[in-house]
Design a protein around this ligand. Structure first.
Ligand code: SAM
Length: 161
């Protein structure tokens, strides 16, 4: 499969999983959404559309988002996520979306030494995690993906109580 085709499938999977959560998986009533890896802000914009009224806190090492998809200063956390997101442990986030895979197995293996724990600690009980990388953590129960999404293309979890 070409890298272009793989990218398109990843983007479709990301959208389909987010839409599935918005339509079929109730989130805890309170709690913010954490967007881990703001990038251009396209997913931030989609989350904003699908979860109106929710605070969305976005993380990246530097601001590179389109002006129309840049969070307000109080909801933008710049720096290395392994350091910045730790401050969100215990904040009972309702939803975490993480899109920080690189396509390099060695780099992603380093990310996976800390990302699952950061996500599990930030979520409140019943909160949802959507990720482009697998989040292997005892507190995160894997959930079924929508039928349009291949397993291993995107990942979906609920934080155990
Ligand atoms: C694939 S892009 C996210 C794209 C985003 N979903 C969008 O709609 O544009 C990943 C982003 O995460 C950031 N990132 C990846 N790993 C990071 C880390 N460890 N700390 C801070 N930022 C990181 C990168 O700078 C990049 O902007």
């Amino acid at each position: 499969m070409s890298r272009l085709e793989s990218f398109i499938r990843r983007m479709s999977a990301q959208r389909d999983v987010i839409d599935h959560v918005a339509q079929a998986l109730p989130l805890p009533e309170d709690g913010a959404i954490l967007e881990i890896g703001l990038g251009n802000g396209r997913t931030f914009d989609h989350l904003r559309e699908k979860f109106p009224g929710r605070r969305i806190v976005a993380f990246d090492r530097a601001l590179g988002a389109h002006a129309s998809s840049t969070p307000p200063p109080g909801d933008l956390v710049l720096g290395e996520i392994v350091e910045t997101a730790r401050a969100f442990a215990g904040t009972d986030a309702a939803l975490v979306h993480a899109d920080i895979g690189t396509g390099y197995d060695d780099k992603d293996a380093v990310t996976l030494t800390w990302l699952p724990d950061i996500v599990a600690r930030a979520l409140g009980a019943g909160g949802i995690a959507i990720s482009g990388l697998p989040l292997d953590h005892a507190a995160l129960e894997p959930l079924a993906l929508p039928a349009t999404v291949d397993s291993k293309r995107y990942f979906l979890y609920r934080r155990r109580a």
